[in-house]
Structures are given as C-alpha cells and as structure tokens.
Write a protein that binds this ligand. Structure first.
Ligand SMILES: [Mn+2]
Length: 348
C-alpha cells in the first residue's frame, strides 16, 4: 500500500479496483460468485465478476464522501473458478428444464425431477460455501460483499448475517420483487432470493424494496399482507416526484427510516434504468438514475446505520464484444457501496 499511487492509472492485478490489498489484510472483502444457473431470460452474469474486476481498474478512486478513499482496505477473495465451471455445466441442464416447462411440462413431472434435484443441491452447496466464507471473514471483523452472478448468490451471506444480528434490515434495490416461491422449480432461483430471505433467514426485521416495477399478483399480495415488507415501487416513487411537492430527499428519508440499525444492501443492477445496464438478464424500462441510487445509499450511510454486508448482482457484460459499459456501471456502484460501508464502519 505504501508504494501505491492512487493518481496513476490502475494496473490490473486480479483485484477489484486494482488495489494492492489481500483479503486477509482487508476491512472489506469482496467475494466473486460467478454463478448463472437459474436465470430465466438472458444469461451471462457468470462473466460479471471477472469483467467488473477488469473495468474497476479504470475507475478513479476519489470519493466525494470519504477522504482518501483509496486508503480503504478493500480486498479480493481468490477467484473460485470451480463455481464458474459448475455454473456453465448446470446452465445447460437448467435450459433443458426451462424449455420443458415452456412447452407445457409440469414442475412435478418425474422426467425432470432428477435434473431439478441436481440444480437445487448445487445451489445449496454454493450457499453453504458463501456462508462459511462469510463466517470466517466476519470473525475477523471484516465486512463482506458478494459480487454476482445472478441474484440467488447472496443467500449464504444474508443467512449468516441474519443469525449474527438480532435484527437485520434489507435495503433491496431491484426492478423485480424476487418474492416468487421456487420459480420454475428452482428452490434458490434468482427470482426467489427475497422470498427465501424472508422465510428462511432468522432475524430479518424489515425488507425495504426500491425501484420495483415488474412483479406478479402473488408477489403484490405478499407485499400487501406482510408487515415486514415495504415496497417503494417505481410507480409510487414517481407519483410522489411528479406531483412536484416532494423531493427525492424526502422519499430517501422515508425509505431509510423504515430500516433498523444494521442494514444489508442487496443491489440488483436492473433496479437502475436499463440505459445503465443494457445487457442485464431481465431489463425493465423505468428505474432509478445512477445519481438517485447514489443519493439513496448516501442517505443510508449518513443516517448512522451500519452497512452490515452487501451484494451487487445481475450485471451482465455484453456477450458479443469487449464493451465494458455494464461492468463499468457495476464497478462504480460497487465502489460507492464499499466507500459508504467504510464510512458506516468508522461511525459505528
Ligand atoms: Mn431484478
């Protein structure tokens, strides 16, 4: 770190933000989860962690909220290529199942039960691996962030943190509610992450969803009937803004005021406007601007709450060329969350 000059061009070294910091000496450790098995529309997020690492070497490390942000010890957990390889194999199996269902097959049909079981067991194994990593790093007083991959990957980290804290809130930024039960038969589907969090994790006191604008009736009913869930849908946010009397500041204050002291950030990149993430798997028009997301995260950190952990998921680099735009947006959101996590750590 002594020899590191933040004003020089970042030299790719396999670490996020090209920082010269190992996972062991870090304050915040980023774990890549190159996993893209249950994606229902367009795949490609398994390539995201490597592409975000690449794109992140290009971003300037000055931060408006944290003095000398480049000094924050952000470490990179060694890349687990086994996950990437297994994801690629299982993706083929998942595609067969999805095609079968799209042709009128039933989830309960015996002909796909073996394949479904394979995927559900592999997802559980991934969750356990992430849980164990989280446990190790949290014992060392580090904060863990997961870089997906599809949105199913942070389950192990959220589960661990929900056992560590008596009360954990989730700030969930997404175009989707992710409250489906075992979507397409996949128990740990990207579309089920918040359903699993709400039903399987211990001390989740609040789930606050922001930017959601694409969800089914069952999900709307669950939101309406659960005191634990608050949804700031894209429609509701804009209804308040378009009236002209309300500011984004007042809406952010309302959002954050619902959360307890310890907050987990789950950031699906498709919560942002799709112009910022054109290749993401399930893009939906509308959504937050980059600056709105930035301001919301700032409001959280400045409220005095602790950012207990986080994930950035569903970034999908362009599969046809080296265009780094999606990964660039992902890297910038990731860096912002890391800086604000540091800010919340030094305040607490
Ligand atoms: Mn989503």
């Amino acid at each position: 770190m002594e020899k590191f000059n933040p004003n020089n061009i970042g030299l790719p070294n396999g670490n996020f933000f090209a920082l010269p910091c190992s996972a062991d000496e870090s304050e915040i450790v980023l774990i890549s989860a190159p996993w893209d098995v249950t994606t229902s529309y367009r795949s490609g997020t398994a390539n995201a962690p490597a592409r975000i690492i690449k794109a992140s070497s290009q971003i300037d490390l000055y931060d408006v909220d944290v003095k000398d942000a480049w000094k924050i010890k952000i470490g990179t957990h060694p890349y687990n290529w086994e996950i990437f390889t297994q994801s690629a194999e299982l993706r083929k199996t998942a595609e067969k199942i999805i095609a079968y269902l799209e042709n009128g097959g039933n989830i309960k049909d015996i002909s796909i039960s073996h394949e479904l079981d394979l995927i559900n067991k592999a997802s559980e194994k991934l969750n356990n691996w992430i849980y164990k990593c989280a446990e190790k790093y949290c014992e060392e007083k580090k904060t863990v962030g997961i870089v997906g991959g599809e949105h199913s990957v942070p389950f192990g980290l959220i589960k661990f943190l929900s056992e560590k804290y008596n009360s954990l809130g989730i700030l969930h930024i997404d175009a989707h509610a992710d409250l489906r039960h075992a979507y397409e038969g996949f128990e740990y589907s990207h579309a089920s992450i918040m359903y699993n969090v709400i039903t399987k994790c211990k001390n989740i006191s609040k789930l606050v969803q922001v930017g959601i604008r694409d969800f089914c009736n069952d999900e709307a009913d669950l939101i309406a009937n659960s005191a634990k869930i608050s949804a700031y849908t894209d429609f509701y946010i804009n209804e308040r803004l378009f009236g002209g009397e309300q500011t984004w500041k007042s809406i952010c204050n309302d959002i954050i005021s619902e959360l307890p002291e310890n907050v987990y950030i789950s950031f699906d990149i498709d919560g942002l406007s799709p112009e910022l993430c054109p290749n993401t798997g399930t893009p939906v028009p509308g959504g937050l601007s980059f600056q709105q997301a930035h301001y919301l995260l700032q409001t959280l950190a400045k409220s005095g709450r602790r950012i207990a952990g986080f994930d950035v998921c569903e970034v999908a680099p362009n599969p046809y060329n080296d265009d780094e735009y999606d990964a660039n947006t992902g890297a910038r959101i990731l860096y912002k969350i890391c800086c604000l996590t540091h800010l919340s750590n030094i305040k607490n």
